[in-house]
Design a protein around this ligand. Structure first.
Ligand SMILES: [Ca+2]
Length: 450
């Protein structure tokens, strides 16, 4: 199968024999992505504040990663990478950051991009996206134009959890390509859609993508009040009703515990229909958490021992929780393998029966790692957020911002406190050369798209 659009060629080889033999055992995929959830926000990742029994149980039953990274430090970049298996920079520099609800309403993930939903469709998978898209604001940039059979949720980066009004004051609750305003708390609505979808599709392979809005602002737990009204702009008032901005934590705690309940209900739905042994559940976050926001908001999220926060390329901006659970196939364990959002596409594609060699991806198929058959080969990983960039090689991480460079040895300095750049100029130069090579490569992809 060759999927080619405007010269951006993506080739998927589906071995007929492999496809037919895989049909009977094609696993379901449930991919749940939290929003802005920090490395230290779950009890199973060290939180002493949040009660997350369902996610802790999911982690205890599967493989919990301690060195998993989002492809960007913000929402849009990681979503583009996770769904395509490619560095988002291949789609243009606008994917270095979040698509804006003011300036980017006529943009979206290019239709030339091949998403995991598009690849799974010819293999007989039903697919749904229930949650926050943030890869386009309006048709034709919504999930149903990127291979998903169904979409319910919000297109923008943030909507009121009760009124579903986006930051610009527009209604933002969609059913496929139409606005369909619906009453209910966002996390609960997405959970119910997911449960219904599992029940309706229990007899065929499915791909369920649940990009929760929690715990992105507006910081509203289920019991917090609605805030936004249609027709008002919230560009300068986008955080919700926070009586004590110096302590956002109680609102975030309610959001996290609601998210945890959602995961518990989705897993329970799989169990109810006896699907748990034929379903891979993936849980991760699209970027690290905010510790502070602007001059006022404090005590928001936790990135554990890691430096920095959302929007930054220190570890706190992109090292995130990641849990892969598949009873009988993945043994309960903790993995220190360095893994990344771009690995999700090739992993899911491999499980669906697609020949790994035919998948154009920047990531690695994690199936051998998940099943204990093989470790991952060494590789470098790259991040770019406009002028700031980072490269990871083994335990070494180089940061650049203009002429400024910083070098850290994460094995001995996970908090990125001791800059070794001046002491190791040769290593710095090697990593800069590698990064330049990577940037030249992803820039060629942009030209192919034009
Ligand atoms: Ca985010």
């Amino acid at each position: 199968m060759v999927m080619a659009k405007n010269g951006f060629v993506f080739v998927v080889f589906v071995c007929c024999l492999a496809y037919h033999s895989a049909c009977a055992s094609q696993p379901n995929i449930v991919f749940i992505m939290a929003d802005d959830l920090g490395y230290g926000d779950l009890a199973c990742y060290g939180s002493a504040v949040h009660h997350t029994p369902h996610l802790d149980a999911l982690a205890a039953a599967g493989m919990r990663f301690t060195d998993f990274h989002s492809s960007g430090p913000m929402c849009t970049p990681t979503r583009a990478a996770a769904l395509t298996g490619l560095y988002q920079q291949r789609f243009g520099s606008q994917f270095d950051t979040a698509l804006s609800g003011v300036d980017d309403r006529d943009l979206g993930l290019p239709h030339e991009a091949v998403t995991i939903a598009e690849v799974l469709k010819p293999l007989g998978y039903s697919s749904a996206c229930f949650g926050k898209w943030h890869l386009g604001y309006l048709p034709p940039w919504l999930p149903t134009s990127q291979g998903f059979d169904q979409f319910r949720g919000l297109a923008s980066g943030d909507g009121d959890f009760h009124t579903h009004i986006d930051r610009s004051g527009s209604e933002d609750w969609w059913h496929n390509d139409q606005i369909e305003m619906t009453e209910g708390y966002t996390t609960d609505l997405l959970t119910q859609y997911s449960i219904d979808f599992i029940e309706q599709h229990r007899s065929q392979p499915f791909f369920l993508y649940v990009p929760h809005l929690a715990i992105h602002f507006p910081w509203q737990g289920p019991e917090d009040p609605p805030h936004r009204r249609k027709g008002m702009s919230y560009e300068t008032d986008k955080w919700g009703v926070i009586p004590n901005p110096g302590n956002v934590a109680p609102h975030v705690k309610a959001m996290i515990e609601s998210l945890d309940e959602s995961v518990g209900k989705i897993v329970a739905a799989l169990r109810k229909h006896d699907l748990q042994n034929n379903t891979l559940v993936i849980f991760t976050s699209d970027n690290g958490g905010y510790l502070t926001y602007g001059p006022n908001f404090r005590n928001i999220s936790s990135n554990g021992p890691y430096r920095g926060q959302k929007t930054q390329l220190y570890e706190g901006g992109h090292r995130v929780p990641a849990i892969f659970t598949w009873p009988g196939k993945i043994q309960p364990s903790v993995s220190t393998a360095t893994t990344h959002s771009i690995d999700l596409f090739p992993t899911i594609a491999a499980l669906a029966g697609i020949e790994t060699e035919g998948v154009r991806t920047d990531g690695h198929n994690l199936v051998p790692l998940l099943t204990g058959e093989a470790s991952l080969p060494e590789r470098m990983l790259f991040w770019r957020a406009h002028s700031r960039s980072a490269v990871r090689s083994g335990s070494w991480k180089l940061h650049r911002d203009g002429d400024k460079t910083e070098l850290y040895d994460l094995d001995h300095d996970p908090g990125e406190q001791h800059d070794l750049a001046a002491q190791q100029p040769e290593r710095v130069n090697r990593l800069i050369d590698a990064w330049n090579e990577w940037e030249a490569d992803v820039s060629r992809s942009i030209q192919e798209l034009q």
